[in-house]
Design a protein around this ligand. Structure first.
Ligand code: CTP
Length: 416
């Protein structure tokens, strides 16, 4: 079950990955249908293994129709196939969503009393458990000890989201949104190794999205940033154990990352104020936001009418927040900057990236090539990670979560 053993486990092939989706018996089992749809639509072959109690919430026919595969819960179905051994051995990823308190306990203690827990024992690939339960059950020392034990074995146990639970109660314990689980599942398939819990106890502040600089009550200067890269950074840091604050300017319609504290801002000045407060006690600050370099010099308090013809715009410079954060950083804090670059007659993307790292004085700079079809509004990203100690690592094309995880790999090793 250790992700570190993945290389010796399931054979990699050109076939779409074999994903086992385990579903335990909680009300959030209905959300597993949406996750299953996302996994199959993105080309994965998925075998669903519900527990007996999961089938009290969602019928086997639903899972069979959505996956195109038979559904069994016990080890005595399909005996000649030895399914309880074969499914785990062949899997390239096992995801259990929702994972109830009981499922976590059985997984932590190596029980094999149904097909799902037996599969967890035979799997040699990355395993992602996605808890969903009432807050009291999640926070109970028994559950927390089981989670710690599972994590110590390299299992990725997702931080639950906070919010409305069944009934009137709210708090941590909610199943993260299927889109978020699917993003982490893809990340584990791309990394094909563990996602370590190595940021536990660290405070991380990430900025994301594009600032909007108002011109009048209805118009603004903005940019094309979707915020996806910054949200992926925050999401992956939280799942690696960090206490994360995400300062978010305008983004596409994105799901707030589970377990992350959100601060919403509009303009560059508001972003600056929020970052200066949040960064004071942070171990790591990552500036992924696309900050408008200029703003209209004056805010007109009424809608500018076209009758007078096009207005002439006077712009004022916005502060360079990253440079200011670098100047104010407390001892030991690491600062990560981002640079969206294009090549020109004076040099290529990397040349401009190196110059920006030196000029901004941050510890790491992620350099992306931008232009038609690159980086902005795309699910995938690629680039280079430049480090103030002279290190240059290529970040091959992959999901924005993969790029985020490579950045955290480098940050975590510098922190220690
Ligand atoms: N940044 C910032 N404040 C600004 C502009 C940018 O904090 N006013 C940060 C961004 O969040 C990013 C880094 O600086 O982490 C580089 O942003 P980029 O737009 O590539 O560079 P600029 O400093 O704006 O320089 P230029 O546009 O001239 O390349």
């Amino acid at each position: 079950m250790r992700p570190a053993d993945a290389a010796g486990g399931a054979a990699r092939s050109a076939d779409p990955p074999r994903v086992v989706l385990g579903v335990a018996g909680g009300i959030a089992a209905y959300k597993a249908c949406e996750l299953l749809r996302r996994l199959t639509e993105s080309g994965h072959r998925v075998r669903v293994i519900p527990t007996k109690s999961a089938l009290r919430f969602v019928g086997a026919a639903t899972f069979e129709a959505l996956s195109g595969q038979p559904v069994h819960t016990g080890v005595f179905s399909d005996v000649p196939e030895v399914a309880h051994v074969r499914l785990g051995q062949q899997a390239e990823l096992v995801v259990v969503a929702p994972a109830t308190a009981d499922l976590l306990a059985r997984a932590a203690h190596g029980r094999a009393d149904d097909l799902l827990t037996a599969t967890l024992l035979t799997a040699r690939c990355p395993v992602l458990l996605v808890p969903a339960m009432h807050t009291e059950m999640w926070l109970h020392p028994a559950t927390q000890d089981n989670v710690a034990l599972l994590r110590s074995r390299g299992i990725v146990v997702m931080e639950p989201a906070s919010g409305r639970l069944t009934g009137v109660d709210t708090g941590p314990g909610r199943l993260p949104e299927p889109v978020e689980i699917a993003e982490l599942a893809r990340l584990l398939l791309e990394r094909a190794d563990a996602l370590p819990h190595d940021l536990a106890g660290r405070r991380v502040v990430v900025s994301a999205g594009g600032t909007r600089e108002p011109l009048d009550p209805v118009r603004f200067l903005g940019n094309r940033s979707s915020g996806r890269q910054g949200y992926a950074l925050a999401r992956v840091a939280a799942q690696r154990g960090a206490e994360v604050t995400l300062v978010s300017a305008h983004t596409a319609d994105l799901v707030p990352p589970a377990g992350v504290r959100m601060v919403h801002v509009g303009t560059a000045e508001q972003l600056r104020e929020a970052m200066l407060v949040e960064a004071k006690h942070a171990d790591v600050v990552a500036m992924a936001a696309a900050v408008a370099d200029f703003r209209p010099a004056a805010l007109v308090d009424h809608k500018i009418k076209k009758t007078a013809g096009p207005p002439s715009l006077t712009l004022a410079m916005n502060p360079d927040i990253l440079a200011e954060l670098v100047g104010l950083r407390p001892a030991g804090q690491l600062v990560v900057g981002f640079a969206a670059e294009t090549g020109d007659e004076t040099g290529d993307v990397l040349f401009h990236g190196r110059a920006k790292l030196a000029h901004k004085g941050c510890d790491f700079l992620v350099v992306n090539a931008v232009g038609e079809g690159l980086a902005f509004e795309q699910p995938d990203n690629a680039g280079w990670l430049l480090s103030s100690d002279g290190g240059e690592t290529e970040l091959p094309s992959g999901s924005k979560a993969l790029l985020a995880s490579r950045v955290w790999d480098a940050v975590a090793s510098r922190l220690t």
